[in-house]
Design a protein around this ligand. Structure first.
Ligand code: F6R
Length: 544
């Protein structure tokens, strides 16, 4: 399927008109398949203008419309015959006797459909079919179903189509319950097809069309078997790419996923220091705006530390100046385009990234080692947030009820023993107790302790560092064993900067956990959060 993305509806209408004009110019007596609905109105305006300026001539053109309500009188102002007369036929030099529309007044609708199908074939078949797409994926009135009827037929409209079309009627009760429509095979017999979609209401269904294989529950996917289909959509309908934003205390990462889930762009900015929440939100929205200008972004996912209120789009975080900060509204108001923005905890985003595009596991638990310990639970490919929305805070599993005081107000939390902050504290303490150690000398030379110090000292053969590390991996193993017992996941993934140490970190943990559950190092590493946030946005904005 060829895809043309236009900036707006007017460009879409012009692009479609160009294709129709070309068809008429190469074959003046061509057969056009026409659609009704709001989508092709701009196209019909363009064709009218081209006809009136003499650019195209409809004198010998024959047209077959896709469908008509049943029962409905031709002169009813809601009939598709009336619509076509008003929006196209009465404005161009087409011969009305060359315009065919299923007869909504036929006494025998089944015979009418049979005759209609026959007439299309007798005239030589449709050269160019114009289609719109329903929000439920219908084309013509071929509604989602386990079995799709192939030829022109009488069909019952689904509730969702009745509701969508009720905007043209006084109310939903007045929408006819049936229609006569070309079938999928009638449509597929056309030599060339253009499928038009505009506006944000079509974004979900276009996403599903592009994402899914052939599926009778999304009838438009049937077009994928046709060799010459062009989808023309405006930016608002194009599901496009998704932007993931991973907010951290030090920096903010941006990542763009294309339709095939390739990470096509990444960028990192420093989190503005000693700043207000507004300054940070502004820096994020300015950068997002620049990315949106470069890529057709259809949705944004934001991952952030701290407590989030997903419904209201608010964030409160202790290591950032966020206190019920309205990040979602701020972005929506400042990025200059009306696209959805969703919010999720950063560790959950990282877990989503790994589950879908990293280690690829349906049920997994991600342990992110950093200032604290973040956790993200993915069950069946989706984030499990729990009833209060904070599931996955595994850093606060208690491993010693009389233990170290944690910032959360409790004692003995796992992160007080096994986060990178804890490792740094343990390293410092070991230095104080062992002033002659290689570890202490290294720290004096380097001037600071980081999570890497202990590894560097082990490389130099320091037994004190080895002891610190052994104890640290024991603490890590205790928590990991606990979560394996509680969740029995397909796999555990360890992320965070320290996971760059790879097998050196992993092997002692595996040895100490003693479980059949695979424990792995994050594949996506520092990009996991941004990729997961983009993935989340994509999944939220696709019809399943
Ligand atoms: C119209 C038709 C329908 C519409 C579809 C989109 O003849 O067959 O499939 O194309 O319902 O309608 P709009 O354009 O109103 O969104």
């Amino acid at each position: 399927m060829k895809i043309i993305i236009c900036d707006n509806y007017s460009e879409l209408s012009k692009k479609a008109a160009e294709i129709v004009a070309q068809q008429i110019q190469t074959k003046p007596n061509c057969i056009l398949g026409l659609a009704t609905g709001s989508t092709p109105i701009g196209l019909y305006d363009e064709l009218t203008a081209m006809n009136q300026s003499g650019e195209i001539d409809f004198k010998d053109v024959i047209s077959f419309n896709l469908d008509e309500y049943y029962p409905i009188a031709a002169d009813n102002d809601q009939s598709y015959r009336y619509f076509m007369q008003k929006n196209l036929f009465s404005r161009i030099n087409i011969n009305t006797s060359n315009t065919f529309i299923p007869n909504g007044e036929a006494a025998d609708p089944v015979a009418e459909c049979r005759e209609y199908e026959k007439k299309i074939a007798e005239k030589g078949g449709i050269d160019l079919q114009i289609l719109g797409i329903g929000q439920n994926g219908h084309i013509g009135f071929n509604e989602p179903d386990a079995n799709l009827n192939s030829d022109t037929h009488l069909t019952e409209l689904t509730q969702s189509t009745i509701e969508a079309n009720s905007r043209f009627f006084e109310n939903a009760d007045e929408v006819p319950t049936h229609a006569l429509t070309m079938g999928i095979s009638s449509i597929l017999k056309s030599k060339k097809i253009i499928l038009l979609a505009n506006g944000p209401k079509k974004r979900k269904v276009v996403a599903s069309l592009l994402d899914s294989g052939i599926n009778t529950n999304i009838p438009a996917t049937m077009l994928k078997v046709h060799p010459d289909v062009t989808l023309i959509c405006d930016r608002e309908a194009y599901p496009g790419m998704h932007l993931g934003i991973d907010i951290g205390g030090t920096d903010v990462k941006f990542g763009v996923l294309d339709l095939d889930n390739n990470l096509v762009y990444t960028e990192t900015i420093s989190t503005p220091k000693a700043s207000t929440d507004k300054n940070i939100m502004k820096a994020i929205s300015d950068k997002s705006k620049m990315i949106i200008e470069k890529f057709p972004i259809a949705g944004i996912g934001v991952g952030t530390p701290g407590l989030i209120d997903k419904k209201r789009g608010l964030v409160s975080a202790s290591n950032l100046p966020f206190d019920k900060s309205p990040i979602v509204d701020y972005l929506r108001q400042n990025i200059g385009i009306d696209i959805p923005v969703c919010l999720e905890n950063d560790a959950c985003c990282a877990a989503m990234g790994e589950a879908h595009l990293g280690v690829r596991a349906k049920n997994m638990l991600m342990v992110t080692l950093g200032t604290g310990i973040g956790g993200g639970i993915v069950i069946g490919g989706e984030i499990y947030s729990g009833s209060m929305g904070n599931a996955g805070e595994i850093g606060h599993i208690c491993i010693d009820h009389d233990g170290i005081a944690c910032a959360c107000g409790h004692n003995g939390c796992w992160e007080a023993y096994a986060s990178v902050t804890a490792l740094i504290n343990q390293t410092k303490k070991a230095c104080e107790e062992n002033p002659d150690s290689i570890l202490n000398k290294l720290i004096k030379d380097e001037g600071a302790v980081t999570g890497k110090t202990v590894f560097d000292a082990m490389d130099k053969g320091c037994p004190v560092a080895q002891k610190v590390f052994d104890k640290y991996t024991t603490y890590l193993a205790i928590g990991i064993r606990n979560v394996i017992v509680a969740f029995d996941p397909d796999t555990i993934v360890i992320g965070g900067g320290i996971s760059k140490e790879g097998e050196r970190l992993l092997n002692p943990i595996i040895e100490k956990v003693k479980s059949d559950t695979p424990i792995r190092i994050s594949i996506l590493q520092g990009n996991a959060g941004a990729i997961g946030a983009a993935m989340l946005s994509k999944l939220k904005n696709t019809v399943k």
